[in-house]
Ligand binder design. Structure first.
Ligand code: C2E
Ligand code: MG
Ligand code: MG
Ligand code: MG
Length: 286
């Protein structure tokens, strides 16, 4: 017994790890198929101006309708996508799909608020992101201000000048840049200084604690002050109830996103939301 566990200790692949490796290999080959068979799709979650209640943005969120496992969310497959390199192709698909949908809505006479697309740091390795994005924007005739990207601070850990140049190029072309999940991971004030960002999205873990923690309230209002001083708009993520919303307004946040304001919507639901009267969320603002 002791002998076998001693042996296991020096094994690189335990049976459990082997299982995981096989599972991931399965996901990887399924994901390849997903790209070829149109199993991926986007949902769009509204972002609301806290002061006016107007819809001021949409975040595109990736989903996968798996033929056997059903509807999957990024947590189920983004890691495999990143590790396998498939994220390069998937990312290009996401950008192209978002642009096609913005343009299809415009053809119907529906002008969507700016759409933000999540971009993994790895995508910058596989393609020239800024060129890809600007090419799509031109092809589908989308005003540059109607598209934004969301990046995490992780992206700049490498202090890569090439990445920074691409971001500058996008920014100077009018594409929005949001820093996602701010306050977690390797937050560094240096990134805030050096990044040409237009929006700062405060991670939902802070919002989840805002009602019960004065420390979290202090952190949120300080982030908001700092972001404003650097000419960025501040977005609160994961807003789920009225009490959080009121505290976020008092903390100086500009915009809110979360189940309280709207769940991620399928394209048909999005059409319903933006057809007819100019949509607005009741914020209780004076
Ligand atoms: P994220 O960019 O921070 O996106 C926000 C996540 O929070 C989404 O999860 C959204 O559904 C969820 N959410 C929104 N409101 C609430 C709320 O009120 N409460 C709670 N608990 N959650 C809320 P989702 O769609 O599962 O996406 C997870 C992450 O996957 C995203 O986090 C983003 O980092 C990544 N992701 C999504 N789409 C893409 C994509 O197209 N490409 C890449 N590379 N990553 C993506
Ligand atoms: Mg995001
Ligand atoms: Mg986020
Ligand atoms: Mg997040």
């Amino acid at each position: 017994e002791a002998k076998s566990s001693g042996r296991n200790r020096f094994c690189f692949f335990s049976p459990r790890m082997n299982q995981i490796a096989q599972l991931n290999a399965g996901v990887e080959s399924d994901l390849r198929d997903a790209l070829n068979h149109e199993q991926l799709f986007l949902e769009y979650q509204p972002i609301v101006d806290i002061g006016t209640g107007n819809y001021v943005g949409l975040e595109a969120l990736l989903r996968w309708q798996h033929p056997v496992r059903g509807r999957l969310v990024p947590h189920d497959f983004i890691r495999v996508a990143n590790d396998s390199g498939l994220i390069g192709n998937i990312g290009q698909w996401v950008i192209n799909k978002a642009c096609r949908q913005i343009s299809a809505f415009a053809d119907e006479g529906i002008i969507l608020p700016p759409v933000a697309v999540n971009v993994s740091p790895k995508q910058f390795q596989y393609s020239n992101m800024s060129a890809d994005i600007l090419e799509n924007i031109a092809t589908y005739n989308i005003p540059t201000g109607r598209l934004a990207i969301e990046i995490t601070e992780e992206l700049l850990l490498e202090h890569n000048q090439e990445v920074r140049d691409q971001l500058m190029k996008l920014r100077s072309s009018g594409v929005g840049i949001s820093i996602d999940d701010f306050g977690t991971g390797y937050s560094s004030l240096q990134y805030l200084r050096d990044l040409p960002a237009t929006r700062l999205k405060i991670d939902q873990t802070f919002i989840a604690r805002i009602e019960n923690s004065s420390a979290d309230r202090a952190i949120i209002s300080t982030i908001a002050h700092l972001a404003h001083a650097l000419n960025m708009r501040v977005v609160a993520e994961g807003v789920e109830n009225e009490a959080q919303f009121a505290l976020l307004r008092a903390s100086g946040c500009d915009e809110a996103q979360g189940f309280l304001l709207g769940r991620p919507l399928a394209v048909n639901e999005l059409r319903n939301l933006f057809t007819g009267l100019a949509p607005k969320v009741e914020t209780g603002a004076p």
